[in-house]
Ligand binder design. Structure first.
Ligand code: 2HA
Ligand code: ZN
Length: 247
């Protein structure tokens, strides 16, 4: 690291890239609040900045506060080799999200699959939670096809589709394990009667994937409200997109 690439940020010398990444977390935290997906302390974000250094939003902290000041409502931590314990490297010792064990298990699993600088975004989008109360959408294939068929871009922006995890207590190991399983074959996971989780290399792209799926859900629900079952793009049209965009 070049000397002038670092700035002193409390207890840690935070490099320029990590500062930019944390700024993007704050940007997305603001979107989650503005979108009405982040009631009270709903949702959480974690980012692997580099090596074993992570930024986590704090437990009980509000996204609207993270948006204003990510280092006052979240923490930078160094995760130990066991991927369970950690020590603070940020000046403030804000306790990480209650979903810390599940986020860490997901980051570890993604690293084992070859991904680096991973991001986990969990949030509570109303429309997606609403349809997770309907039995037929607890089937990942039905859900994915229904949402993909609402607008062509969704086939491209969420190429692996949406996985589904049945209800488990928030923050539980069962929820983490089932989520990791689904992430092998899907980009975004719907947690029954709770929310969604997206992973990737960029926090804004994780937001974009969720935002696109919410739009698809809204269009589905608007069409239903307008009086019937929406037609949706047909199999041929979806396949045409897959071929054209190498999906
Ligand atoms: O951080 O959303 O699932 C609060 C939650 C837990
Ligand atoms: Zn939640």
């Amino acid at each position: 690291m070049m000397k002038n690439d670092i700035c002193n940020c409390g207890a840690i010398a935070l490099d320029e890239n990590s500062k930019l990444v944390i700024d993007r977390v704050a940007e997305v935290a603001g979107y989650l609040w503005q979108k009405n997906w982040a009631e009270r302390n709903g949702g959480n974000i974690s980012v692997n900045l580099y090596d074993n250094i992570f930024y986590f939003t704090g437990t009980g902290q509000r996204m609207r506060d993270v948006a204003k000041s990510p280092l006052d409502f979240g923490a930078i931590i160094k995760v130990c080799d066991d991927w369970t314990n950690f020590e603070y490297v940020s000046e403030k010792h804000i306790k990480p999200t209650s979903e810390l064990p599940s986020h860490l298990a997901i980051h570890k699993c993604l690293r084992d699959r070859g991904m680096r600088n991973t991001v986990v975004v969990h949030t509570h989008p109303n429309e997606l939670i609403a349809i997770s109360h309907l039995e037929k959408f607890l089937d990942a294939d039905v859900l994915t096809k229904t949402l993909w068929s609402m607008i062509p871009e969704s086939r491209i922006i969420v190429p692996k589709g949406v996985g589904v995890v049945s209800y488990h207590v928030p923050g539980s190991l069962e929820l983490a394990t089932a989520t990791i399983e689904q992430l092998a074959t899907h980009d975004v996971i719907l947690w029954e009667k709770h929310g969604v989780l997206a992973v990737g290399n960029d926090v804004v792209e994780c937001f974009d994937a969720i935002d696109t799926l919410v739009k698809c859900t809204q269009i589905y629900l608007f069409a239903k409200m307008a009086g019937g079952e929406p037609q949706g793009l047909n199999d041929e049209q979806l396949e045409e997109l897959a071929v054209k965009f190498n999906l």
